[in-house]
Write a protein that binds this ligand. Structure first.
Ligand SMILES: Nc1ncnc2c1ncn2[C@@H]1O[C@H](COP(=O)(O)OP(=O)(O)OP(=O)(O)O)[C@@H](O)[C@H]1O
Ligand SMILES: [Mg+2]
Length: 223
């Protein structure tokens, strides 16, 4: 199968108070299109750092990341932002929705930035909201949505561009168990239907159990 994302020998060093500490140490990971990988590990083990490197939000001190064969190092500025918008969908803990924008407008943002014409935009946003069960709630502001609904809106926003890679950082961290299960099931189904590679950071062993593969990080290394 086609490789969606390939990371080779990633090392990220953070210097705090003159002391250099490796947040990530020689981590390699290849995720083919359509595969679901769960990343687990204790707090501070480097999960978020890894996700940021995979999605081109941060740069490694050593190693490289290829997304659809493109090296993040070959891109910068607007070209990098555009490439990231078209290839990566991010789902973060707490949903990260714009508070003044409706569910519809939140999901529409990446398409507006990509100058998708209004008619096509409406169709795609409606389909994405429908697929996460939010068709009836399109006009609501985030604070008029439940936590699970907010999280589903953020999944719709991550998937509306048809990304090759979906990067989810503890998307269910703030939800009760049943809602978390439903949200993760939705994320897995949606990613699988679109043939996207999904890298899912989670503390929950039950959630990790639904992945095709589990990668465990300990102190910045795969164990
Ligand atoms: N900008 C930064 N400056 C200094 N240290 C950092 C920075 N970002 C991350 N770190 C350190 O890197 C290590 C890994 O952090 P990271 O956020 O990746 O952990 P995590 O596995 O996501 O943890 P959690 O489960 O708590 O979210 C931690 O020790 C953290 O303190
Ligand atoms: Mg984290």
């Amino acid at each position: 199968m086609k490789t969606a994302v390939e990371a080779d020998g990633l090392t990220r060093v953070h210097t705090v108070g003159g002391k250099a500490l490796s947040s990530l140490d020689d981590v390699s990971l290849t995720v083919p299109a359509g595969e679901v990988v769960a990343v687990t590990g204790p707090s501070g083990s480097g999960k978020t750092t890894l996700l940021h490197l995979l999605g081109g939000l941060d740069r490694p001190d050593k190693g490289r990341v290829l997304l659809l064969g493109v090296d993040w190092r070959s891109l910068s500025g607007a070209a990098l932002a555009r490439f990231r918008r078209r290839t990566c969908g991010f789902v973060v803990q707490g949903a990260g929705l714009l508070p003044q924008a409706t569910a519809f407008e939140n999901v529409e943002v990446p398409l507006v930035l990509d100058r998708v014409p209004a008619g096509a935009r409406r169709e795609r946003v409606e389909a994405a909201l429908e697929s996460v069960g939010l068709a009836e709630h399109a006009a609501k502001l985030p604070d008029q949505l439940s936590g699970g609904q907010q999280q589903r809106a953020s999944i719709a926003r991550a998937l509306v561009t048809g990304p090759a890679v979906v990067l989810a950082d503890e998307p269910t961290g703030s939800l009760d168990t049943d809602t978390a299960k439903a949200v993760v099931a939705l994320l897995l189904t949606a990613a699988r239907e679109q043939g996207a590679a999904l890298v899912l950071v989670t503390h929950d062993p039950v959630v990790a159990g639904h992945a095709d593969r589990i990668v465990k990080l300990t102190s910045g290394r795969i164990t």
